[in-house]
Structures are given as structure tokens and as C-alpha cells.
Design a protein around this ligand. Structure first.
Ligand code: BDR
Ligand code: CA
Length: 324
């Protein structure tokens, strides 16, 4: 059983990822922290509480950062995730449950310290909370089990960016935080567009979840209608990228992924802001800004069919045995 903190900006694909996480018996969700991104911090926190109620998990939800590390509010992704970031479905005005009193990064520190060596952080939004937690308590780097991040793009399969030609949304949203997280001395696995854009959750599978996935399947089907439209218009796909799900899948079954190792830096500012670059494993280089930093793991390939089977099997309860 792996203890997991889910750091998130729900978000349509965040919601699917959280459904997957809470459906997996080998993962124990011990905390959810929110961060601005797919909408402002109040909206994504309300969404996290709504999902807690709908998915029925008991882990606390704490509100994290509403601004980037450098204090910027930044753009939201209304055209992708809808005005309320959950596809525009009707949501309760009042939060569906109590919010933990701690700030997101503080709850993260407390949970890691209470469970030394046992916690995996799955971070599927901007990395602001993680960078703040490291800044407040550097020791957490040696106390976590691992960090798995959905973000970045390294150019494999031609996937270089989704908010600029060279940058992915979660990293571009707070490049300074991402650079701090990737260069810290803790084991990070980066699940970027290189793999998330290789897996298409097609509309037929979404329909099957609606029919066979119980209340969760119906909710996921409802929140993906506009998100599907976005992918149909912008990508000519009859399906969606479920980016954040792949970070959860990596923790469940890393054998679905091919990876490579090396220090990773993020371009902070300028034309290429948010670009993620892993130092190639090929000498000779003069001394570089990558050298003093630990090697991190970058996913460069995925078994797409295996990934989709993991998702569908997890979210569709097995049919009851036939009556005798
Ligand atoms: C990432 O950006 C967000 O919009 C999604 O939820 C995902 O985490 C994809 O670039
Ligand atoms: Ca997200």
C-alpha cells in the first residue's frame, strides 16, 4: 500500500485521475492539496471538495497556493476545462465538506513528516505547493518516498508543448517552482506530453464508463463533454488526453512506461519560458547549469493500450456473477 498526496487543480483530467487513484487498492490517499491552474484557487478547491464528496474518500483537502512562486495570478484554462473547470456541469454553490485549516504546503509537510519514507506526491498541476514546501522544510526531500509529476514536454514523438511551441501548461504556469522541484534532491519522475499525448481516451470508452462505471462513470462522462469538444475541434480527435491519469498509472504500474535518466532544468522567462530540458547523456560538455543537480526520471514512451486497460478496468466494476 503506497501513501499518496495528490496535488491538483481540478480540472477535468484531474478528476479522472482522482477517480483512478481512489479506485486502486494499492494506493492510500492521505491528503489532497490544491493549486491554481485550470481555474482560480477558490474554484479548484471547491471542485476538490466536490470530488471528495462524490468519490467518498476521507483524506483531508487543503487549499494551496493561489499565486505562483513569484506572486503572479496567471491565465486559466477556461476554453479547455470550462468556466468552473469541471466541464460546466452544475455544481453546488457551497463547498461539499470541510476544508482542512492548514495551507496546502503546510499539510504536505505535516503528512510527509508523519509518514517518513512512505509518501509519494503525485503532482498534476503547477508545482508551486511543492516548491513552497521545500522552501519551508528542505528535509522533506529525504523523507518522501518519491514525487511523480504530470508536466513538461521533452520532444519525444514530436510533443514539445501545449501552451507554447516549447512549453506544457503546468510547467509554463510556474516555471520557477518547477525548476526548484526538478533540481531538488528527491526522486522525481516526470510524466509529460511525450507520453500523455500518446494515449487517447476515446469517446466510445467514455460512453462505456457512463454505462458501466456507476455514479463515478456517469460523472466523468458528464464533465468530459466540453473537454471532448475541445479535443475534437483543436486536435481532430474523437477522444481526449487524460494527462493527469498517467501520473497515477505510473505509480500503479511503472512497467507501462519507458524512461530515461538525467538532470532536468526549466527555462524561466523569455520566449521559451516553461521549456523543460533534460541533459543528454552524451559527453563531452563543458560544465553546465545541469551538472550539480540530481538525475531525474523522464517518461519517453508508454504502452497506450495497457494504460487504457488499467483505467477502464479500475473504473468499471466487474459484472456481478450470473444468478444460478
Ligand atoms: C495539464 O494542464 C492542465 O490543464 C491539465 O489538468 C494537466 O494537468 C496538461 O498540460
Ligand atoms: Ca491538472
Amino acid at each position: 500500500m503506497r501513501k499518496v498526496i495528490f496535488d491538483t487543480d481540478p480540472g477535468v483530467d484531474d478528476a479522472i485521475a482522482l477517480a483512478l487513484l481512489t479506485a486502486r487498492p494499492e494506493l492510500e490517499l492521505i491528503g489532497v492539496t490544491t493549486v491554481l491552474g485550470n481555474a482560480d484557487i477558490e474554484t479548484v478547491t471547491r471542485n476538490a471538495l466536490f470530488l471528495k464528496d462524490r468519490f467518498g474518500f476521507s483524506a483531508p483537502v487543503a487549499q494551496g497556493s493561489g499565486v505562483t512562486l513569484l506572486g503572479k495570478h496567471g491565465a486559466h484554462a477556461r476554453h479547455v476545462h470550462g468556466d468552473n473547470a469541471l466541464g460546466g456541469i452544475e455544481l453546488p454553490q457551497t463547498p461539499a465538506g470541510p476544508l482542512d485549516g492548514r495551507r496546502g504546503h503546510r499539510m504536505m509537510i505535516d503528512l510527509i513528516r508523519a509518514n517518513p519514507g512512505e509518501v509519494t506526491i503525485i503532482a498534476v498541476g503547477r508545482l508551486t505547493n511543492l516548491a513552497r514546501a521545500l522552501d519551508k522544510d528542505r528535509d522533506i526531500a529525504r523523507l518522501v518516498h518519491s514525487v511523480v509529476v504530470m508536466g513538461g514536454a521533452f520532444g519525444t514523438h514530436g510533443h514539445t508543448g501545449n501552451v507554447s511551441p516549447v512549453a506544457e501548461a503546468n510547467i509554463a504556469g510556474d516555471p520557477d517552482a518547477a525548476d526548484a522541484v526538478f533540481t531538488a534532491h528527491w526522486p522525481v519522475t516526470i510524466v509529460g506530453l511525450d507520453v500523455t499525448q500518446e494515449v487517447v481516451l476515446d469517446s466510445a470508452m467514455l460512453d462505456r464508463l457512463d454505462a458501466a462505471g456507476g455514479e463515478t462513470g456517469k460523472l466523468l462522462h458528464a464533465i468530459t463533454r466540453d473537454y471532448l469538444g475541445f479535443h475534437q475541434r483543436s486536435r481532430k480527435l474523437d477522444g481526449i488526453f487524460a494527462h493527469d491519469c498517467l501520473a497515477v498509472a505510473y505509480v500503479v504500474d511503472p512497467t507501462l512506461f519507458t524512461t530515461r535518466e538525467g538532470p532536468v532544468r526549466v527555462i524561466c522567462g523569455g520566449l521559451a519560458s516553461g521549456q523543460t530540458i533534460q541533459k543528454p547523456d552524451r559527453p563531452p560538455f563543458p560544465t553546465t547549469a545541469w551538472d550539480p543537480h540530481p538525475a531525474q526520471t523522464v517518461c519517453i514512451d508508454v504502452d497506450a493500450a495497457g494504460m487504457l486497460a488499467l483505467l477502464e478496468d479500475s473504473l468499471s466494476p466487474p459484472a456481478p456473477p450470473p444468478l444460478r
